[in-house]
Design a protein around this ligand. Structure first.
Ligand SMILES: O=C(CCCl)NNC1=[NH+]CCN1
Length: 325
């Protein structure tokens, strides 16, 4: 089988939500290549934490996995926990007849407050799924064997709907050729080695080991690369108050170029002029921030929405394919 689902941006492209049928109920989920749990707001989530969210009701067709629990925390210190059911999950027409659906009994404030978001669908490697006593497979791993090709593609866009495709590569969605690089799976992420970064034809240094993460909004880069980038923007400053680098909203924000697999890819400066940093709209928050304290360099949505990316498990050596949109 194969299929395609829309990835609808929230305000400022903070995250992208995709309609998914869970036990016949449609929920809007954040597809996250940086984690491996499919969890949903549910009728088991306290009303005080789930107002405004669509909720999965396991009573309809869910089969309780008795004694199974899950508890996840993300790079941004958000998190959730709960119990586990098996139910039918359909994404863009691709059907998992029995998928582990993790029903939330508790969610952190970030999730409680984002009422567009009804849960997450993890697309990292199942080795980091948090279900106990028995780890469960991601939606992709559950259906992989039934897909025309064991791959999915990610085509996020700036300020408009993109797509996640499962089982095929739509050649109309990218320009030029797809450049493939090997993936290191030991941490459970789609982790690869990126190369030299430049802006305004100046070297910013090498980005190095990085993860392709649709569940993270911004790009979190090595501090040396980040500070060299903002040295090119007059008036920029790393503000503890704002929580990162900000600059005047009318600044000239340079394109960011990064080498991957020997090819150069461009993130337009306008994607890096990310959001107003305060209510005056005078200072803007940067789409590139330092990776301090995260433990990984993360190429999140600001990067991904300039690219067409193939998450490929067609062979025993997973790989990532990058093309310009
Ligand atoms: O947790 C991470 C970073 C892994 Cl190093 N990405 N995925 C995600 N989902 C919700 C917030 N962030």
């Amino acid at each position: 089988q194969s299929g395609s689902v829309a990835a609808n941006p929230e305000q400022y492209d903070e995250s992208y939500l995709c309609p998914v049928q869970v036990g016949g109920q449609t929920l809007n989920l954040d597809f996250d290549t940086g984690s491996a749990d499919l969890w949903v707001f549910s009728t088991l989530t306290p009303a005080s934490e789930s107002t405004g969210h669509a909720k999965y009701n396991p009573k309809t067709s869910g089969k309780a996995k008795s004694g199974y629990t899950w508890n996840i925390s993300y790079g941004d210190n958000s998190g959730a926990s709960g119990t586990v059911y098996a139910d039918k999950v359909v994404v863009g027409g691709v059907t998992a007849t029995s998928q582990a659906v993790e029903a939330a009994t508790s969610v952190s404030t970030q999730f409680m407050q984002d009422t567009d978001n009804d849960g997450l669908l993890g697309l990292a490697f199942s080795t980091i799924n948090t279900v106990q006593p028995q780890q469960q497979t991601t939606f992709f791993d559950t259906v992989k064997g039934t897909l025309a090709k064991k791959l999915f593609t990610v085509d996020l866009k700036a300020g408009t709907a993109g797509t996640y495709d499962f089982g095929y590569i739509d050649n109309s969605k990218y320009s030029g050729t797809i450049t493939y690089v090997p993936v290191k799976t030991t941490n459970g992420f789609w982790e690869f080695t990126a190369g030299a970064a430049t802006a305004n034809n100046r070297s910013l240094g090498s980005v190095g080991d990085a993860i392709a993460d649709t569940g993270t909004t911004l790009m979190y880069l090595p501090t040396a690369v980040t500070s060299a980038y903002y040295a090119q923007i007059s008036g920029s400053t790393n503000s503890a108050d704002a929580g990162g680098y900000i600059f005047p909203c009318d600044a000239d924000v340079p394109d960011f170029h990064i080498a991957i697999g020997g090819k150069s890819f461009t993130v337009p400066g306008e994607y890096i002029n990310f959001t107003p940093a305060d209510n005056s709209g005078e200072q803007c928050f940067g789409g590139i921030q330092p990776n301090t304290g995260i433990g990984f360099t993360i190429l999140g949505d600001v990067f991904l929405k300039a690219m067409f990316v193939v998450f490929d498990q067609t062979t025993s050596a997973p790989r990532l394919g990058f093309a310009a949109q």
